[in-house]
Design a protein around this ligand. Structure first.
Ligand SMILES: Cc1ncc(COP(=O)(O)O)c(C=O)c1O
Length: 404
């Protein structure tokens, strides 16, 4: 794959920056920035509400963007792709709207120990509010879901199984179809957090067998503040709305209201049109490269980084072997606290994340307070891996000097 770095103004302007934090958010290519600017310069108006040509244009841009993004994710029925602020809002939408209407005392909710807080806390809070029991699938020693344990947790009492496509903390890729099949066989709904799936390899929602799939635009070259929840039409139609206000209603009487059709029923208020336009430009850009090529590129960098890091005395890598992992390498280095490590790496121009990665239940099970995490994307190459390895050598000398 040719270097994509020149496509990204921030990276092009900072040639010595080694950005290895794309699991948190990706950099934005010029085509996305240009599309958003062009939208505001030529098409901006409040959509859906105006009878004038400019508002119709804004409405068209919004809906064309939805269709483009739906096509990217293999969603035949674009009205089942609901725009949200991102994965967090999408998962809260399901837990609040569907969960509030369908989960009762005596029911069971199954999640996993691998979840980001965005797919953990909403279900925990639903369990607490409804009196349902929260069941947590445990992990194998190398950070994969224990599928035997998962199968034993899913019973006739299970109402929903929520799990991620890829762990943001370890990079573990989960067998989505198999988990969706287990849930369906028990009559439970399946909810997949795709925040680290959709950006990194081809995803076809209609083939996955899940009821819901959530993702964030900013982790796939799109802007912040836009993402989506994709749902199955029957489930979305049977669910109550999540928020109330403009656009989502059909009729409002003094004492009751009725709801608009999908997707509007779940999109109350003025939508983020420029965000949708930017995300549509992002998926067009990713498709231009090819999601298979992106997956292969990341896989080669993850393998290389894993090998190079494993060869350093004192480095401990968390998570499964690279063939079961997406673009993430999570590690510790001797007894250097990951936050200190990240600061030293930063002084060498290497950006990695350090902390619990919004996965405290996972960190407890790994028995570490934090890890450092390098994550890779289309604009990374071997030079970034070299810089990471060189910066770790600097960290070693700094901490040896400090008496560690
Ligand atoms: C696996 C996973 N789920 C959910 C989220 C939350 O995404 P957002 O903050 O974009 O809503 C993230 C973000 O890091 C994530 O990696």
């Amino acid at each position: 794959m040719r270097s994509r770095r020149p496509d990204f103004p921030l990276l092009a302007a900072n040639p010595s920056l080694h950005y290895l934090d794309s699991a948190a958010t990706t950099q934005k290519p010029a085509v996305v920035l240009d599309a958003m600017r062009a939208y505001y310069e030529h098409d901006n108006a409040n959509p859906h509400r105006g009878a004038y040509a400019l508002s119709v244009r804004a409405t068209d841009r919004y809906h064309e963007s939805r269709e483009r993004i739906a096509r990217f994710l293999g969603v035949r029925d674009a009205s089942c792709l609901l725009f949200t602020r991102g994965t967090t809002e999408a998962l809260n939408l399901v837990a609040t709207a569907w969960g509030g209407a369908n989960v009762r005392a005596g029911d069971e909710i199954v999640i996993t120990a691998l979840e980001h807080h965005a797919n953990f806390v909403p279900w925990q809070q639903l369990a607490n509010a409804s009196g349902a029991a929260l069941r947590i699938c445990q992990l194998t020693r190398d950070g994969r879901l224990d599928l035997d344990h998962l199968a034993s947790l899913i019973t006739a009492r299970t109402r929903v199984v929520a799990f991620n496509h890829v762990s943001n903390a370890l990079g573990t890729v989960n067998p989505v179809r198999e988990i969706a099949r287990l849930a369906r066989a028990a009559g439970a709904l399946s909810v997949c957090d795709g925040a680290q799936g959709a950006p990194h390899f081809p995803v076809r929602f209609d083939d996955l067998g899940v009821d819901f799939y959530a993702f964030s635009g900013h982790k796939m070259c799109g802007p912040m503040g836009i993402g989506a929840l994709i749902g199955r039409r029957e489930v979305l139609e049977a669910m109550p709305p999540y928020q109330f206000g403009g656009d989502m209603i059909e009729f409002v009487h003094d004492d009751r209201s009725s709801w608009n059709v999908l997707p509007h029923k779940f999109e109350a208020g003025t939508p983020n049109v420029a965000g949708a336009v930017g995300l549509a430009a992002a998926v067009e850009y990713l498709d231009g490269i090819g999601m298979d090529a992106i997956a292969r590129h990341e896989q080669s960098l993850v393998r290389l980084a894993s090998e190079r890091l494993a060869a350093i005395d004192g480095v401990r890598i968390f998570g499964p072997p690279p063939e079961h992992r997406s673009g993430v390498v999570s590690f510790t280095y001797g007894d250097i606290h990951p936050h200190d490590l990240a600061s030293i790496l930063d002084s060498e121009g290497v950006c990695v994340r350090a902390g619990h990665h919004c996965a405290q239940p996972l960190m407890r099970r790994l028995d570490v307070p934090a890890t450092a995490r390098a994550s890779f994307y289309i604009y990374n190459d071997v030079a970034d891996v070299d810089a990471l390895v060189a910066a770790l050598a600097t960290a070693k000398s700094v901490f040896a000097f400090a008496g560690h």
